[in-house]
Design a protein around this ligand. Structure first.
Ligand code: TNX
Length: 524
């Protein structure tokens, strides 16, 4: 009497139900322990039938599939190969860019999409299904596409250096949850991590701390120091590795604040000796801000932007802009002269002045500047700049209302460096609260009644690394909250359900176990 179809989740309008609550019993009934994260728009299980996925199954499809299959094989440790006689087929369909349809039948697998982005998402869903079920795959039908175009994970490599191996591991994990951008925070007060050929001192001096201290690894010459940096060859390698997983790398050079390491490395260029301004940054630095009136600042930045654009093909380049401390530039003769010359009244216009220069410089190279929300201070940065709203969702809604494209990064929900409860031994910062898994999961960056939702491009979840000094700690802070973020970024609010997510979590944690990820065991 034919296979029985059980809808695992269906948008409430499809069911013709008015109240979203009415869909919930439906969701709770199914055996959803084995599901997909992020939740697809539509997932239908065809009860009682299975497809056997062989280790060396064949795949056919348009063009050369080497990269896509390489990605799938890396996620699953299978060895799929392209061949015209195949049980897995990739098909063209006129769907949105990232949309896909995945059908698993007893005879084979079909993935339909407009092109590689959609096929990749289909293959990733297939990979998750395989990682949970093994070679005997329950038959399903999925129709899916993302809510937001930009789904971003950020990692701070300035406060603590993170090895290339850790970064590649993170990229692979991100790809399993359909994130498509990696925001690489490469510079901060505590370290400058990217080799810049024009200024070797940036990494010879600025990538290290603890010179001569009697702790830490003993390096050649007997001096103990901590740190590290990425050579340009390594940066290129990471960009390529990420691209093969469908992820674009957005580099960040954080200016004008958070520049302690750069200033210590290049004092001749970046310090105005007669500047007697006094200030203290949130993280207690009194010498960490570039001077927007010094020719050396522009010489430095232009060269850095040149090399960054050479290394990173992404059209998006992040220039920071956050947390410039109060009191800076007030007693700088050069800044006073610049203010007078430009007719500026508010000292914050100097920050806008510098960032506007960067925006124009990048635009001339065909790049779009991204910045933390403070780039709006001083009112100079043009509406093409993408604003990363981090202090609250409201800050993002305000920027979107003004016409700026926005990435939502509200700390209260999306900061992966915050502790997830108030227990004394729970690691993490707590300045913006202690968001637990459910709070992260339940947030909505673009409320349905907001008038400028078109300006909300996506979701950015940062992991700041003041307290992230080992790989285990990295895993612990990322997981499982990163799975909740993935669903915030990908799934429609009407397809999100906390109980259903909890039911799908064990299947995902089992995948993370297979990959030796030391996630935080969630407690309800
Ligand atoms: C604020 S978010 C910062 C970072 C810190 C973080 C700690 C932002 C743009 N700046 O410098 O690492 O808080 O949570």
């Amino acid at each position: 009497d034919g296979p029985q179809i059980i809808p695992v989740t269906v948008a409430s309008q499809e069911l013709g139900l008015e109240s979203p609550a009415a869909t919930q019993p439906e969701l709770a009934e199914v055996d959803s322990e084995h599901g997909i994260v992020p939740q697809p728009r539509r997932l239908v299980r065809v009860e009682g039938s299975y497809f056997r996925l062989a280790e060396r199954a064949h795949v056919k499809g348009p063009g050369n599939l080497t990269t896509l299959l390489g990605h799938f094989n890396e996620l699953t440790s299978l060895a799929l190969e392209q061949d015209h006689d195949a049980e897995i087929t990739l098909l063209h369909a006129s769907l949105a860019d990232e949309a896909y349809r995945l059908h698993i039948t007893p005879q084979g697998v079909e993935i339909a999409a407009a092109g590689p982005a959609g096929w990749r998402h289909g293959l990733v869903s297939l990979a998750q299904w395989y990682l949970q079920h093994g070679e005997s795959l329950p038959c399903i039908e999925i129709e899916d596409e993302p809510r937001f175009n930009l789904r971003v994970i950020h990692l701070d490599c300035g406060r603590h250096f993170q090895s290339m191996a850790s970064l590649k591991r993170l990229l692979k994990q991100m790809s399993l949850y359909k994130f498509n951008r990696f925001h690489w925070h490469l510079t901060d007060d505590e370290g400058w991590r990217l080799e810049i050929k024009a200024f070797p001192a940036l990494t010879e001096v600025g990538a290290w701390r603890g010179h001569g201290l009697a702790v830490g690894p003993q390096l050649s010459g007997g001096a103990a120091r901590y740190g590290g940096f990425y050579s340009q060859a390594e940066a290129r390698d990471l960009v390529q590795y990420a691209a093969n997983l469908g992820i674009e790398v957005i580099p960040e050079i954080d200016i004008p604040g958070h520049c302690h390491a750069a200033i210590k490395a290049l004092p001749d260029l970046l310090v105005e000796p007669s500047d007697h301004s006094r200030y203290l940054s949130v993280q207690f630095f009194d010498d960490n801000v570039l001077n927007p009136a010094l020719p050396g600042t522009y010489q430095f930045l232009n060269q850095v932007m040149d090399e960054v654009c050479e290394l990173f093909p992404s059209t998006l380049v992040h220039m920071g802009g956050d947390e410039v401390p109060h009191g800076v530039w007030t007693d700088s003769p050069a800044c006073q002269a610049l203010m007078q010359q430009q007719g500026y009244r508010d000292i914050r216009e100097l920050q806008g002045h510098l960032l506007r220069h960067c925006q124009d410089y990048l635009a001339a190279k065909g790049r779009q500047m991204v910045g933390w929300e403070e780039v709006l201070q001083g009112d100079k940065v043009g509406k093409e700049a993408i604003i990363c709203a981090w202090t609250s969702f409201q800050a993002g809604l305000d920027a979107a209302s003004q016409g700026y494209p926005v990435l939502m990064a509200a700390a209260q929900y999306l900061y992966l460096d915050l502790a997830c409860n108030d227990n004394i031994d729970e690691p993490g910062l707590y300045w913006a609260g202690t968001p637990n898994l459910e709070q992260v999961y339940s947030c909505d960056p673009a409320p349905a009644d907001f008038h400028a939702n078109d300006n909300i491009l996506g979701v950015l979840s940062p992991l700041w690394s003041e307290l992230v000094h080992t790989r285990d700690r990295l895993d612990y802070m990322l997981f499982p909250r990163m799975l909740a973020t993935a669903e915030v970024a990908w799934s429609l609010p009407s397809d999100k359900d906390w109980a259903h997510f909890c039911a799908r979590l064990p299947g995902q944690l089992a995948i993370l176990d297979q990959q030796q990820v030391r996630y935080r065991t969630p407690q309800r």
